[in-house]
Design a protein around this ligand. Sequence first.
Ligand SMILES: Cc1cc2nc3c(=O)[nH]c(=O)nc-3n(C[C@H](O)[C@H](O)[C@H](O)COP(=O)(O)OP(=O)(O)OC[C@H]3O[C@@H](n4cnc5c(N)ncnc54)[C@H](O)[C@@H]3O)c2cc1C
Length: 265
Amino acid sequence: MSRATTDERRTRRPGRIHVTTVRRTRRVTPRMVRVTLGGGDLSAFSSNGSDQHVALYFYEPGVRLPRPFTTEAARALLPTAQPRLRRYTIREHRPELAEVDMDFVLHGPEQLASGWAEHVRPGDELIWFGPSPAYPLTPLTDWTLLLGDETALPAIGAILGELPRGHRVLAAIEVADRAEEQRLPTRADATVTWLHRHDRDHGDLLREHATGLALPEGGGRVWGGGERRVMRELRHHFVHVRGLERTDTHLTAYWTQGETQDSEV
Ligand SMILES: Cc1cc2nc3c(=O)[nH]c(=O)nc-3n(C[C@H](O)[C@H](O)[C@H](O)COP(=O)(O)OP(=O)(O)OC[C@H]3O[C@@H](n4cnc5c(N)ncnc54)[C@H](O)[C@@H]3O)c2cc1C
């Protein structure tokens, strides 16, 4: 089956507004908080799997939202109240409990989404739109390379959790230091390399490691998420230096140094 045909088969269940309630929070590592969201609304959540993400909606305080708050209601509100949007990955979906986890990197208490996650309490509301389509894991190539910083850790964890037994995976993840490493359960034949940034510039280690990697034999593909400039450089490297097909490289800007996500969405 051709890649195009498979891509067309990608799960593309349309997203919609979800009104959810924080059930609990947990520090996964010193700089990562896991927010578990639930609510009756999530019994209708259609998971697309893999690296699916959603857009969190942050309205100005004082905006009165009509109830029930539906996709149509959000659309009707747009001329008078536009939310600020932030993209986050569904780390895990537990349909039997009607709940999802999202993992937030804590990069500053003053920042919109990061600050929200740092101060959020059980019972608080979170509205989001999604999910997006997901990165298709089939057809399987001989190997998969996963690259990212901590913002991509939820997606890398979800992808590793879905890849089949024995599939060859190399993963390299840049985090602040050893305390930010996480367990990433997988049935795949995965070698995970943790890169500890310490006082190096963001993305330097990931770029150095990825461009010096010996790739396995056969045909493979690269998935990555991280800072915009780093992802652009890696895309250039894998396509123009290593000769991978552009369609086999999926490297996404997850954030941009010095810019808020207001300018991107
Ligand atoms: C598809 C997709 C999925 C994503 N999934 C996740 C996820 O699951 N978990 C997660 O934590 N993030 C994830 N991100 C990244 C997240 O959306 C951005 O980090 C976002 O900018 C955070 O919003 P904010 O309001 O906290 O900061 P913003 O208001 O957007 O930015 C404020 C300042 O902080 C800087 N900044 C933003 N992010 C970081 C960072 N990580 N480290 C250092 N400085 C930063 C910006 O350059 C800016 O100067 C994802 C992004 C995309 C596109």
